[in-house]
Design a protein around this ligand. Structure first.
Ligand code: HXC
Length: 257
């Protein structure tokens, strides 16, 4: 399939999605959302694919929502179309999506990275919610996801001042899972995604769903949700295979059933 604003490549069982609006530092316009939703729907539908990596360029993962596209819009246009609500569909992707972030991840770019299941950062990565400088605010979940990821103090400072966090600070604060030398970012992200794609597919979905539930529910309900999904995995053929393979000291051979 042809996309206007992204490039999509399959590397084995990993779908590598690259934002491709270099002249605008990968600013997120309406077409980017359309393309991303189509690529992620294709990922979910393709049994040969187990995990995606979403990345940008060396200079920018994405420098935000497209300011030029938004600048003329008024309240009625924004509210009337529930602008940016389409991104809610993106987080419903059932297979894991890893953000591989080099350079700027600002505003909607930072929010897009945080919608992914985890973030691997190049040592060049810079995260920020600079919307305050435009007299607006995060609008794709940043005030909520950043606060849950790094706590109130850092999130509040970043939203109120527009200060950027470098990769080291982002790792210490828990925003990213690891920092990787920029030249190795894509290879490492694809390698990590391949590990995930090599796991039993139903168990991957269950693990993703239960970790994400920690952001939606209280502890008791979250632990209960986890336990029920865990019980459910004992209804899969892959659970029998996985445990037999352990005992027989061999790799599991998954059927996705
Ligand atoms: C549209 C953008 C853009 C953006 C950069 N560009 N960011 N276009 N929307 N968010 C364009 C520039 O206009 C410029 O186009 C080209 O990309 C290169 O950018 P420069 O500014 O010349 O590059 P540089 O000097 O290296 O500075 C990089 C930068 C800066 C620090 C990342 O571009 C910047 O501050 N961008 C805006 C960051 C931001 O405010 N993001 C939040 C957006 S609001 P031309 O045509 O001049 O070459 C947002 C709202 C979220 O995200 C809420 C709902 C989603």
């Amino acid at each position: 399939m042809d996309y206007e604003t992204i490039q999509v490549e399959q590397r084995g069982a990993v779908t590598l999605i690259t934002l491709d609006r270099p002249k605008a530092l990968n600013a997120l316009n309406a077409q980017v959302l359309t393309d991303l939703l189509a690529a992620l729907a294709a990922l979910d539908a393709d049994h040969s694919q187990g995990c995606a990596v979403l990345t940008g360029s060396d200079k920018a993962f994405a420098a935000g929502a497209d300011i030029k596209e938004m600048s003329g819009m008024d309240f009625a246009a924004m509210y009337g179309s529930d602008h940016f609500s389409g991104y809610d569909r993106l987080v419903q992707t059932r297979k894991p999506v890893i953000a591989a972030v080099a350079g700027y991840a600002l505003g909607g770019g930072c929010e897009l990275a945080m919608m992914c299941d985890f973030i691997l950062a190049a040592d060049t990565a810079k995260f920020g919610q600079p919307e305050i400088k435009l007299a607006v605010s995060p609008g794709m979940g940043g005030s909520q996801r950043l606060t849950r990821a790094v706590g109130k103090a850092k999130a509040m400072e970043m939203c109120l001042t527009g200060r950027m966090m470098d990769a080291g600070e982002a790792e210490r604060a828990g925003l990213v899972s690891r920092v990787i030398p920029a030249a190795e970012l894509i290879d490492e992200a694809v390698k990590t995604a391949a590990v995930i794609a090599g796991m039993a597919p139903i168990a991957v979905k269950a693990n993703k769903e239960m970790v994400n539930a920690a952001f939606e529910t209280g502890l008791t309900a979250g632990v209960q949700f986890e336990r029920r999904l865990f019980h459910g995995l004992f209804g899969t053929a892959d659970q029998k295979e996985g445990m037999a393979a352990f005992v027989e000291k061999r790799p599991g051979n998954w059927t996705g059933k």
